[in-house]
Design a binder for this molecule. Structure first.
Ligand code: PLP
Length: 392
């Protein structure tokens, strides 16, 4: 009656959602203020004021039928032009409006891109730790996940990447700023990855595509986020406004194909085809227009920085160890016992909810989302102290 693969996917919630739902149930039992839920990456800082101003302006000034009707399948032409112009203005990359496809968030950007380029049996390399849903997106496109280890500080390791890329490698996904490690890849790292991909593409006789997943691009703490298109020609950027503009529930994002892609026209056609096949045509029309006016803006990163610093201070004082994140809103903390899931179970007894790192492709760490209200972090201090005491 049903597709078995999809039934299994539907029945097994993601680890992150599983913990989030546990937290919701627990809040009902013992009161919201007594549960410290650091599981989900749901932005906790309001959208910048420009977002609501633009929504109000659009609703007031645009005839309703025009505002809420279908746009072109790939997105409204003026919105696609605005995204392309943003690439030129921000990074000096002459992306063409034809190379922009508006989508429903980064999840759709990635799914559409992977379906556009992958054939059954291809491999897609991902740097571990990585966003767990990559596995679902990659496998649903008929490809296999090739996990690539990173350095101890979770920075790209070109030698490991070199070993991982083979004849079947169709693409490499890079996620910077990184969920969950908070790493931002610098110029030198991107140049090394680009040189390696050039070499591998030449050996293969076909470009290995670089898919840059960038929903956290604007959320950084004083470090620049170089544009991968400036380093490697065969690049597709997958982006969304979920995190940067705190619009996660509005499902809006885009795919941008580099003007220097060797097979750019084919990729654009395949993106349009995949968008059509998957039912992702015509991303939410109102939010396409809002996003076009708010390109490059972000929610108040200073608030995330305060959360990061407060939490880092608490964890350090308690004797836990983690690398200060350069971007995004997650702390990747070393588990004081080898089994991160066991540590998370122990943390649960103090009403602290983290995600064990196993689902992110590495062992022995936990992800702590700090995109929460400051008061949650402040109230959680005794719980962190009690948890730490168990390991002394
Ligand atoms: N990529 C990464 C690295 C993410 O962390 C997320 C969401 O948490 C996504 C993609 C999906 O983002 P969206 O909500 O825009 O679909």
């Amino acid at each position: 009656m049903v597709n078995l693969k999809n039934r299994k996917l539907g029945e097994a919630r993601s680890v992150i959602r599983e913990i989030f739902e546990y937290g919701n149930a627990r809040k009902k039992e013992i009161g919201e203020e007594n549960v410290f839920d650091f599981s989900l990456g749901n932005p906790g800082v309001p959208a910048p004021p420009e977002v609501n101003k633009e929504i109000v302006r659009l609703v007031r000034e645009t005839p309703s039928l025009k505002l809420h009707g279908y746009t072109s399948a790939a997105g409204a032409p003026d919105v696609r032009r605005a995204v392309a112009a943003h690439f030129q203005a921000a990074f000096g990359v002459p992306v063409s409006a034809d190379g922009v496809y508006m989508t429903c968030g980064a999840a759709a950007s990635l799914t559409v891109t992977l379906h556009a380029v992958c054939e059954e049996g291809d491999e897609v390399a991902v740097l571990a730790p990585y966003f767990p849903e990559y596995r679902v997106f990659i496998e649903s496109a008929g490809a296999r996940v090739k996990e690539v280890p990173t350095t101890q500080a979770f920075r790209p390791d070109p030698e490991a990447l070199e070993r991982a890329i083979g004849r079947r490698t169709k693409a490499v996904i890079l996620n910077s700023p990184n969920n969950p490690a908070g790493t931002v890849y610098n110029d030198k790292e991107l140049a090394a990855i680009a040189a390696l991909l050039q070499k591998k593409s030449a050996e293969k006789g076909e470009p290995v595509l670089l898919i840059a997943d960038e929903p956290y691009r604007e959320l950084t703490y004083g470090v620049p986020v170089p544009c991968p298109m400036a380093f490697y020609p065969d690049t597709v950027v997958c982006n969304s406004f979920s995190k940067s503009l705190s619009l996660a529930g509005e499902r809006i994002g885009y795919i941008a194909v580099s003007p220097w892609c060797a097979q750019g026209a084919e990729i654009v056609s395949a993106v349009c085809g995949a968008g059509r096949a998957l039912g992702y045509v015509c991303a939410p029309a109102l939010f396409q227009r809002v996003a076009a006016k708010c390109l490059g803006m972000s929610a108040d990163v200073g608030e995330y920085r305060k959360n990061r610093d407060l939490l880092l201070g608490i964890l350090t004082r308690c004797g836990f160890s983690c690398i200060p994140p350069e971007g995004a809103f997650y702390l990747f903390m070393k588990s004081p016992e080898a089994d991160a899931a066991a540590f998370c179970e122990r943390a649960k007894r103090h009403e602290l909810l983290f995600v064990p790192s196993d689902a992110f492709g590495v062992k022995g760490y936990v992800r702590i989302s700090y995109c929460v209200e400051r008061s949650v972090i402040e109230r959680s201090i005794p719980a962190f102290e009690a948890l730490a005491r168990e390991y002394r």
